[in-house]
Design a protein around this ligand. Structure first.
Ligand code: IMP
Length: 200
């Protein structure tokens, strides 16, 4: 069993649908009941992914006697002309996805450089010990206004440069083929496939 340490249902759905997840016995952390909130006080997405993987795997061991590998992810949107903002703060700049998207659009108003990047880090921990972490990234551009209904978060304002469509206008499969999340999780899953003894 492999534990997906995320309370974000959009992320859990995307991860479970990845080609690299096929055939793996995945379980969301929510299957173990209410788990403590982990304070994400790292200064980078990588640090926050590590904090979550280590703390959740320690909690699983202590509270449930479970030594299964735990993978956590932290991700964010980096807008180049805003010095990487919202970055590690992507989930917290406003209350709702719609408000967060408009905040980014307002800050970009009048700026010519609309290039941006989605970044994702996964971290793997067992019994409270960090095993490794991996990075995924995809470069695109911020749209003039939100478009599309698929996906979650900043997908309606993030344009895929090849198709010109926002991530929210892509199908789930099309987004998975490109996404930062796919890259970061595929590396974590491939690691576990090579190191079967960790997966109990
Ligand atoms: P966290 O990793 O749970 O702290 O949240 C990352 C934040 O970045 C969330 O607000 C997401 O909405 C946003 N984000 C991360 N990945 C994506 C994505 O694939 N599409 C849209 N927004 C994303």
């Amino acid at each position: 069993m492999i534990i997906i340490a995320s309370q974000n249902e959009g992320k859990v759905r995307e991860v479970a649908a990845l080609p690299a997840a096929s055939g793996l016995d995945l379980s969301p952390i929510s299957a173990f009941g209410a788990c403590p909130d982990v304070v994400e006080d790292g200064t980078t997405c990588e640090e926050n992914a590590v904090i979550k993987a280590v703390k959740y795997s320690l909690w699983l061991k202590r509270e449930h006697g479970v030594s299964a590998p735990v993978i956590a992810e932290d991700s964010g949107l980096m807008v180049f002309s805003l010095m990487g903002w919202p970055g590690v703060h992507s989930a917290r700049i406003a209350e709702t996805d719609v408000e967060r998207n408009w905040m980014v659009l307002d800050k970009l108003s009048g700026k010519r450089d609309r290039s941006a990047q989605f970044l994702a880090y996964t971290a793997l921990a067992v019994n409270g010990v960090l095993v490794d972490s991996w990075r995924g990234s995809v470069t695109g551009a911020i749209a003039e206004e939100p478009r599309g209904n698929n996906g979650f978060g900043y997908d309606p304002i993030f344009i895929d440069l090849r198709s010109g469509r926002t991530f929210a206008e892509l199908s789930k499969q099309e987004k998975n083929e490109l996404s930062h999340r796919n890259q970061a999780w595929t590396q974590a899953f491939d690691y576990l496939k090579l190191h079967q003894s960790i997966v109990r």
